[in-house]
Design a protein around this ligand. Structure first.
Ligand code: UTP
Length: 476
């Protein structure tokens, strides 16, 4: 670009920024070389500053008003164990789900674009060693689950992974380095999600360095846009995929592709469905499933009034008992339908630590405490947009052991204990005696590779030991 072109572009960009009070992002413009100047102008031009100005007013400079809907009731759900009337339906659903997998109609989908700030791991979260004995990474565990499903059903199950522009290259490199953990290269597809500028709490866009806006991934809700924009949906459609099995990168216990869940969702003609677990207690910080004005929705724990969170049924159980664990089946056509219209999920604000450049001195600031607003959308906010949505209960200990934090609750340590406990129960269900202490804690380390089993019935009797003794390390 010639110096005159650059100068005229600069003027246009400056005017736009000034009309939204964001001209400070050009503070260091004159210090940049021509390529740096053009790159900054490109990045600024790619944003919709008028729309961002609305977002800043609604979500950044103040906490948005929570409008409670007129009617909130607990969402109906399919129980983990079918009642007598549901038994036949569950059998039919499982058979349908298995057939859909065999027919290549189901793809696995991991959202892995988050920044994992709480875990503080240097690298994409999926590269975190998560299993109790073999230290397999989260990505390897999911890859092995998908390989198992491919072999079990002799099916071409594809795996789509949403990254962010920040972790896309290291994620791809990690898979290349490990030969896709045994999956054929054509079975794994990566695509990055969108980003949005990060703001200081007074509404000013932050600079990551003198020539770059600070941005953050646009939340897991961004997956519904990115699936479409990246061409992943067209790619899936060309392979005959109809349903997307959605899960997060941080839950090593997840059943990546669950025939029963997929089958129930398909039998009921649902557009997007969810798994739930019973809430551990009224104060547990998870979103709850509710029927809001006739639509299945997830209400964030912070938005659920105390009287509803604490409400109980006649038998003393929690009225709003369905905790959301971020496992969904999404119909490909639903993603298409959303993207065909003017579709926008609501934004949520999170106050986080965002490194940035000090405008007065030009120095890099590494904040010690949360200093900025990140805007994100949440995938479950698409549920009320469905014509039909179902919820299936799953047993927490079977399917939920997330790694969110470096220590304490939801850490690698708690997740490994849950993985061991589930492996022990699977072995016990096949007649093995596992050493447990008086409180029922497993006194050994046990790991069952997903290549061996993704459900207890996959275990073959010959490989199940008769007993696991205290202190033993058993890896199957
Ligand atoms: P979390 O809400 O736990 O966020 O993401 P996070 O970014 O991973 O971690 P913190 O909050 O910074 O500690 C739940 C799931 O959604 C994905 C994450 O990768 C994880 O699988 N996610 C989150 C995205 O794919 N994109 C996003 O923008 C945010």
């Amino acid at each position: 670009m010639s110096p005159t072109e650059l100068a005229s572009r600069y003027e246009q960009v400056r005017e736009t920024l000034e009309s939204h009070n964001q001209q400070h992002v050009l503070t260091f413009y004159e210090e940049l070389d021509d390529a740096g100047k053009a790159a900054l102008l490109d990045q600024i031009d790619a944003q919709d500053w008028a729309a961002l100005a609305d977002l800043v007013q609604q979500y950044v400079v103040r906490e948005p008003d929570i409008k409670l809907p007129a009617s909130i009731e607990p969402a109906p759900y399919y129980p983990a164990e079918p009642t007598a009337e549901l038994k036949t339906k569950y059998d039919e659903a499982r058979a349908l789900g298995e057939q859909m997998i065999r027919d290549g109609k189901v793809a696995a989908f991991t959202v892995a674009g988050g920044q994992g700030t709480r875990l503080g791991w240097d690298g994409p979260k999926g590269t975190f060693p998560a299993s109790p004995i073999e230290n397999k990474t989260l990505f390897q565990l999911f890859a092995e689950s998908i390989i198992k499903v491919r072999t079990k059903y002799d099916a071409d199950v594809r795996w789509y992974i949403m990254t962010s522009p920040i972790n896309d290259a290291p994620t791809r490199a990690f898979f290349a380095e490990h030969d896709n953990f045994g999956l054929p290269a054509e079975a794994v597809t990566f695509f990055p999600q969108g980003t949005v500028p990060s703001f200081s709490t007074d509404g000013g866009a932050l600079l990551a360095d003198k020539g770059t806006l600070a941005t953050n991934p646009d939340g897991h809700g961004g997956s519904l846009l990115a699936l479409f924009k990246s061409g992943a949906i067209d790619d899936m459609a060309s392979r005959g995929v109809e349903q997307i099995s959605y899960f997060q990168v941080d839950n090593p216990l997840v059943r990546c592709v669950d025939p029963l869940f997929i089958g129930l969702h398909a039998l009921d003609g649902a557009e997007m469905s969810s798994k739930m677990v019973q809430k551990a207690n009224a104060a547990e910080k998870v979103g709850v499933f509710a029927d809001v004005d006739g639509k299945i929705s997830v209400i964030e724990y912070s938005d659920l009034p105390d009287e509803l969170a604490n409400a109980t049924n006649a038998d003393g159980s929690l009225k709003f008992n369905g905790g959301s664990i971020a496992i969904h089946v999404i119909a490909l056509n639903f993603v298409r339908k959303l993207n065909a219209g003017a579709f926008g999920l609501p934004w949520h604000r999170a106050i986080k630590k965002v490194p940035h450049v000090d405008l007065a001195t030009g120095a890099a600031v590494e904040p010690g405490a949360p200093n900025a607003v990140k805007l994100e959308t949440f995938v479950f906010d698409a549920l009320p947009l469905c014509e039909k949505s179902i919820v299936l209960e799953t047993i927490r200990a079977d399917e939920f052991g997330p790694i969110k934090n470096a220590e304490g609750s939801d850490s690698a340590a708690t997740s490994k204990a849950l993985q061991t406990d589930r492996a022990a129960r699977w072995l016990e269900s096949r007649g093995c005696r596992v050493a447990r202490d008086a409180s029922g804690n497993v006194e050994a380390a046990i790991e069952i590779s997903p290549l061996t089993a993704v459900e207890p019935t996959d275990l073959d009797n010959d490989s199940v030991p008769q007993r696991v003794n205290p202190g033993e390390r058993v890896s199957l």
